[in-house]
Design a protein around this ligand. Sequence first.
Ligand SMILES: [Fe+2]
Ligand SMILES: [Fe+2]
Length: 345
Amino acid sequence: MHYVGTDNLNSGDILAKTITGNSAGLMLIKGVALTDALIVRMKTHGIDIVCIEDNLETMTNDIISPSLRSEAVKSLKDVTSLLKNVVKPQGNFVNVLEHIITAIIHELTENNINLGSMLDLKTHDNYTFEHSVNVAVLSLMTGMAMGYDYSKLKNVGIGAILHDIGKTLIPVEILNNEGKLTADEFELIKRHPMLGYEKAKLALDIDPTGRSIILQHHEKINGTGYPFGKTETTIHEYAKIVAISDIYDALTSDRPYRKRWPVKETLDLMTTLCETHIDTRIFNIFMSRISPYPPGIKVLVSNGKVGFVLNNENRLRPLIGFTDGTVLDLSKVGNFNFYIREIVD
Ligand SMILES: [Fe+2]
Ligand SMILES: [Fe+2]
């Protein structure tokens, strides 16, 4: 269960705690499915916040629609499995991917969503595909913030969605065991950028910049990455963008060998990778579009109370609702003694 402001309730949400004792006599029993009329009544009775049952769609803070996300995952999965036996360029595969990338660009533009946190739950079987779609969305969001035009965005998106295509040529048991690999297995995983690059060159007629993303997304700006040990001046800018999205999405995802990291801790860790692994200027642009406190997340506030983020229009000082029904809008509190102390697991 989690707390939601009545302004953000939807018809069909299930009440997780009974509302009683309202002086005007409104009483709603736990388990009731809310209707538009009930939501209006709650508002007119001055109820600002209620506890509802968890629903993944309300807990996630997705920046593309669930239908487009699943279409993207399915298309990428189809193209990948067909590609396995293909040895010459297939224009129709590229068309399918371009269609998906264009749809994502349109949604990002039309929804005018400027904050993402991408706390979606990936299944282990589909991890590489779902991760690749996330990396494409995050990279497009960053490219847009950098002022890229459609043609640049399209090449970033295609390269990003295909960045780990080489992993589909590596056994799943090894991929799902990344936490404890033998030296040989790790060397095999490290071949995925080159394997993917070669596959793309052979079977996909994409822009060379897209192939550079596949080949260079594990390079680090201090030259310690792979496969070539390229440096700040020789890594393609698109690959620098995708490297940031890739690290972010990997850390904020549950993996078989570890739990996902909270957004705030992930951004803090990534800040320490600037100047060594990732490009500082691009990371600052990326970070400005990510919300460390997505709606639904539980936080400990400096007043000692635990609450839930209801709304993160102010990405660093969001609106918080507490279990006693009170609400604290950090963006409107002039007193900076009030702040989020930590995210509660
Ligand atoms: Fe990779
Ligand atoms: Fe990746």
